[in-house]
Design a protein around this ligand. Structure first.
Ligand code: GDG
Length: 470
């Protein structure tokens, strides 16, 4: 058990480190390059702070340790818990349910029991680490019961929760057999953050329907004892470390790499790019369909245009993801078989993860960035593309169903289900004159450069501070 001495405790499913074992069998910790780490590291270094989370491998137990100036408190999960709490309830029940049932959610009582048990363990670890009157910031759908469990154990704490994925409309949410427990779990927090105002609205409606509590814009009255407690529920759209993407893109070696990528692709007139975790929410199949049809219609020609699709491996032990990979790769194979020539590929398909510098080079090399998510909390890729384009060129085709579309109104906004509309937007992107490209990119860059991830975390923590002072 850690000392109960930290003024700020962050709780997320994964710790911001990966355990890497070298050839000699020696293990060490490497900070994972995710956005949340970047967002929180400065705050965590300043405050007396700890981070509670799982190390990403089953069955291993570790003592708390320091890494990169942050105190880490590992929570261990058994192999069966990884299967039931993580791959099962989190990724095969909540994930599809919260993303508009694009894939059918599976409801298993054993998965739920495991979710409850693991949430209890995370809450205990956080309660054990938090100093008297400390602030605890819980992250994401894997840990929705933690706010209530924490409040019961430690009424002195100020508790925040941020949901990185959408919160679904009540008509969908109400499928969940444990819908009341989850809403009640979340209401243990003082501040609930969502990506979009619509998500916060969906949550408040679920609260009214299931618990009958009164809500009014951004505030929920939760009866407690003889009185009531006010819970804030509103949007805090997440962002990226925008300046770091811009400075990466300005590095001469990254620019050289971008030129090299275009040359390796045969210097086509137009490079289109998709970058996604291989996930059914990202609309990869819709994008491929539209692109394939444009080649088939003769509107686009291989050699003149190429689509680079980075599909980074994701959740490969969940069956829906294995099936998706087969489906995407079958479609890529068909399109390449039908339209590629010996010298020119229609689609350059990459099922790998890449270093951040390589991503920045890809963003720079791409004339058209395709973000066609069917549902996405925010979509950081869209913002990374914009932040990298310090040259103020490049076109973003962006789904209305991604949270990023609330802010990036200068993108070409599309409904990915409307294949003809998507094709028309792709053609408009290919043909767009330079002045219009620049005007749009400048508009988007204003937003992304000004609203970066450190603004996001300070806004959330400030709101939490105010609620604690009430
Ligand atoms: C969830 C929500 C919300 C991808 N491939 C590689 C790589 N990536 C990086 C991207 C980006 C991140 O992963 C993906 O972020 P997204 O926001 O696009 O999507 P999710 O993973 O689904 O994230 C989402 C987010 O949480 C934050 O709240 O925006 O809606 O679903 O940063 O660049 N990075 C590297 N190599 C890869 O191959 N280095």
């Amino acid at each position: 058990m850690a000392d109960a001495s930290y003024d700020l405790v962050v709780v997320s499913n994964r710790l911001p480190v990966d355990r890497v074992v070298d050839r000699k069998g020696d293990a060490s910790w490497q900070t994972s390059p995710g956005g949340l780490v970047t967002a929180l590291q400065p705050v965590m270094r300043q405050a007396d702070a700890a981070w509670v989370g799982w190390v990403g491998q089953p069955g291993l137990e570790f003592e708390p340790f320091d890494s990169d100036g942050v105190h880490l408190i590992p929570v261990s999960l058994s192999a069966i818990e990884v299967e039931q709490y993580y791959e099962g309830f989190s990724n095969d029940t909540l994930w599809p349910l919260y993303h508009d049932v694009i894939a059918p959610p599976r409801y298993h009582r054993l998965w739920w029991e495991s979710y409850v048990e693991v949430n209890r363990r995370f809450a205990e670890a956080a309660a054990g680490a938090a100093a008297d009157g400390a602030t605890v910031w819980v992250h994401d759908y894997q840990l929705q019961l933690v706010p209530r469990l924490l409040r019961e154990a430690r009424p002195d704490l100020t508790i925040g929760f941020f949901n990185h994925i959408p919160f679904p409309p009540y008509g969908i949410y109400s499928q969940l057999p444990w819908r009341t427990q989850i809403v009640d779990g979340l209401l243990g927090a003082d501040v609930l953050g969502f990506q979009r105002p619509a998500d916060a609205g969906n949550f408040q409606r679920a609260v009214r329907r299931l618990l009958g509590h009164q809500t009014k814009t951004g505030e929920i009255r939760v009866p407690e004892g003889d009185g009531e407690r006010l819970v804030t529920a509103k949007a805090f759209p997440i962002s990226i470390d925008s300046a770091s993407y811009e400075s990466m893109a300005r590095l001469p070696e990254v620019q050289e790499r971008a030129r090299q990528i275009r040359a390796d692709l045969g210097n086509p007139r137009v490079v289109m790019l998709g970058v996604d975790r291989l996930d059914y929410t990202k609309g990869i199949a819709h994008r491929l369909k539209a692109y394939g049809e444009l080649l088939g219609d003769g509107e686009l020609q291989v050699g003149d245009v190429v689509l680079v699709q980075v599909a980074s491996p994701s959740r490969e032990r969940v069956e829906t993801y294995r099936l998706l990979r087969d489906e995407v790769e079958l479609t890529v194979g068909r399109i390449n078989g039908d339209y590629s020539s010996i010298g020119h590929q229609a689609i350059s398909y990459l099922h790998h993860g890449y270093p951040r510098e390589e991503m920045a080079a890809l963003y720079l090399a791409a004339d058209v960035m395709l973000v066609t998510a069917l549902r996405d909390g925010m979509n950081l890729v869209a913002k990374e593309y914009v932040a990298s384009r310090y040259d103020e060129d490049g076109i973003l085709v962006l789904s209305e169903f991604a949270g990023a579309s609330d802010e990036l109104k200068h993108a070409l906004l599309i409904n990915p289900h409307d294949i003809d509309g998507l094709k028309a937007a792709m053609m408009r992107a290919v043909e767009m004159p330079e002045p219009e490209r620049r005007r749009r990119m400048r508009g988007m860059r204003k937003r992304v450069m000004a609203n970066d991830v450190s603004k996001w975390s300070s806004r959330f923590l400030a709101e939490l501070g105010e609620s604690g002072a009430k």
